[in-house]
Design a protein around this ligand. Sequence first.
Ligand code: AMP
Length: 197
Amino acid sequence: MLNIVIFGPPGAGKGTQSQLIIGRYRLTHLSTGDILRNEIANETPLGTEAKKIIEKGELVSDDIVIGMVKNKIEGSIDGNGFIFDGFPRTTEQAEALDKLLEEKGTAISAMISLDVEETELVKRLLKRAEDQGRTDDNIDVIKNRIKVYNEVTSHVCNYYSKKGKYSPVDGTGSIEEIFDRISAVIDGLGKKRSCCG
Ligand code: AMP
């Protein structure tokens, strides 16, 4: 299986690049943000709880998010692999993900981290607010989401770096240019795998 974590701050382009990765590598998309937005749209108890947190730009609790991921992995384990988008966002989530995958006899292949400067992130998120009308894309919430990323989520890089799975990629330029850089990382993994048996 090919299991990729697509990582980066809000506005780095994780969702856009995930769609291209799915198209080329036939992976199952697992976006915790999308699952949560779906719960909100369906007005489930979990959605009602999550809405308050998301609208402040804070993180939903590890237990809830890990439970959602576990369900999705169990439902799609027979595919080519997963692209994890917006998850893990804490070291605890990263540890839980490794455990869940190990139980299924598989592991994370690489964590691809999109590097984008903060001023560019804010610009992109404000543009997305106009195009898509996401309730957490307004300036105060955007600032808090970037703060939470810097203070909590960015540490997840160290977790994968220690395991030799961290691949930073320049997240600026055209969508195609960024995708070419990501594909080079993923194709490099394939070569390593086949030459080592
Ligand atoms: P996203 O679409 O990935 O930017 O997620 C939107 C919001 O959903 C985030 O700002 C968080 O409030 C919440 N969320 C999504 N994924 C996670 C996660 N892995 N852990 C905690 N909260 C999350």
